[in-house]
Design a protein around this ligand. Structure first.
Ligand code: KG4
Ligand code: ZN
Length: 471
């Protein structure tokens, strides 16, 4: 039992649900004060995208369906916190400082695009190393760009799952170090909740309940968001997420993966004929809201093979004729991949409105939601159903620290945070990481036939069959 003590003292949990902030907590929380002035941000030695802006900045595009700029009367904006958000769940090292009135004081992202391009995917050990190399600088830049020091913060928010545990650990350890040194409360954030809640920073009319389609490299989720921390899962992927299908298609078409496979396909698809390659829409026969992209990936791979396209030859070195062929495949893939989203969203909207007739919004977020074609097609779907589409700007759809800081603020307001970690933590301190962490409970009608078929197809192991036959 003795070994439990350090473990417990080191956990970050926002499941310590304090009903309200107690008087004591109020005293320990550092509210936003006069900001200290700081010298110019230091020069950075890593590839990064850096933003310093509030919503009026030109760095963020805004359209009627994207961000409403006015942040004011909504009660959730009426306090004065300033929170640092840290995100390292996958391949981007990100940090941001956000004020509880919705103002983004800084946003810094260091991407591992070169590693991704070299290895064609995320290699956890290398991703961990890359995070470790840049985390200090990314956080320092976020503070510098905000003209703040750690002492000005009200709290630190950090992604604790889902994601790669090696990578999550880097961010969590950094957050704990800051929180311990400056006696700051700490909020452990669910990465997918953050993708959904960032829409509430962008769109002030977005109240619970709302629907969310969260589409990224590792997740394909359709949820009904009842309330903060309360989600009903209407659908999920039974195999791959759409972002994974975009990334593989880009790799097999020999595209430059340094921005992202998805962005490369989006661009190439504009040049192709989306009707030219015959690909079937996944899961037509399953009348639920689940997704599958593994089969579509196979269809694309077979189409590429049948056209004798060699991914070893980069797109730029291919003949004009072959470039055209590759564009046709990209466009056809994108049309069918997004049609699958459209069909599932149509059904999910019907289900959600039966459960919560007051729903007015569908949030679409996660890296793939930065795709303009995806946005346009889903806009049609929601308009048909008299709902409103809310898409954060692309820089807030892909992984970022703003969404973590913002989700930290939302949870912090409800008292969902942990006290500062002890100043000295044991070397073998086990932090609370949640690499596999579902967002919500599964809706009964949403249980997929395909999923149970898939389970049925799994053979019991030789060992278990042998053991069973011995009894
Ligand atoms: O949310 P995200 O940044 O990281 C994860 O949590 O996975 O999503 C990354 C995914 C990648 O698969 C990437 O190819 C995809 O988002 N993505 C796009 C676009 N930009 C990024 N997919 C389609 N079109 C885009 N423009
Ligand atoms: Zn993500």
């Amino acid at each position: 039992m003795a070994s439990l003590a350090p473990t417990l003292s080191c956990t970050i949990s926002r499941l310590n649900l304090l009903a309200e902030l107690s008087h004591n907590h109020h005293r320990t929380i550092r509210f936003f004060r006069t900001l200290s002035s700081k010298s110019r941000p230091q020069k950075s030695f890593y590839p990064r995208r850096s933003f310093k802006s509030s919503f009026s900045s030109a760095n963020f595009e805004s359209t009627s369906s994207i961000c409403s700029k006015a942040l004011g009367s909504n009660p959730v904006f009426n306090d004065n916190l300033v929170v640092l958000g840290i995100e390292t769940s996958c391949d981007d090292t990100a940090a941001a400082v956000v004020r509880s009135n919705g103002e983004i004081l800084s946003q810094v992202v260091s991407s591992q695009a070169d590693l991704l391009a070299r290895y064609g995917g995320v290699a956890p050990k290398m991703a961990e190393e890359a995070h470790s190399q840049v985390i200090d600088q990314v956080v320092q830049d976020a503070l510098d760009n905000a003209n703040l020091t750690e002492a000005d913060l009200s709290a630190v928010a950090v992604t604790i799952g889902p994601g790669l545990s090696l990578c999550l650990r880097v961010g969590v350890q950094k957050a704990r170090k800051i929180a311990a040194s400056y006696q700051l409360p700490i909020v452990g954030v669910h990465h997918m909740e953050a993708h959904a809640l960032i829409a509430r920073l962008c769109e002030r009319d977005l109240q619970f309940p709302f629907m969310a389609l969260l589409i990224s490299g590792g997740h394909n989720l359709l949820v009904l968001a009842h309330d903060l921390g309360h989600y009903l899962q209407l659908g999920t992927t039974i195999d791959d997420a759409i972002g994974e299908a975009y990334d593989k298609t880009a790799k097999w078409l020999g595209l430059d993966l340094r921005r992202s496979g998805g962005a490369a396909i989006e661009e190439l698809a504009r040049r192709g004929d989306a009707e030219s390659i015959n690909l079937s829409v996944p899961m037509k026969q399953h009348k639920d809201c689940n997704f599958s992209y593994a089969g579509l990936k196979t269809q694309v791979r077979l189409a590429i093979e049948s056209k004798n396209i060699d991914a070893g030859i980069p797109f730029s070195s291919a003949s004009i004729e072959e470039q055209g062929l590759r564009a046709d495949i990209a466009a056809s893939f994108q049309r069918v991949a997004v049609l699958h989203l459209e069909e599932r969203c149509e059904r999910a909207i019907q289900w959600a409105l039966e459960i919560e007739p007051s729903i007015k919004h569908l949030v679409v977020s996660g890296g793939v939601a930065s795709n303009q074609y995806v946005r346009a097609r889903l806009h049609e779907v929601v308009a048909k159903n008299s709902l409103q589409l809310v898409c954060p700007p692309p820089s807030l759809c892909t992984d970022n620290g703003v969404m973590i800081a913002w989700t930290g603020i939302e949870n912090f307001r409800l008292g969902r945070f942990d006290p500062p970690p002890p100043a000295i933590e044991p070397e073998d301190c086990q932090v609370d990481l949640r690499p596999r962490w579902p967002l919500g409970e599964e809706y009964g009608r949403g249980r997929s036939v395909a999923r149970s078929m898939r389970t049925a197809r799994i053979h019991p192991s030789l060992t278990s069959l042998t053991q069973a036959s011995r009894h």
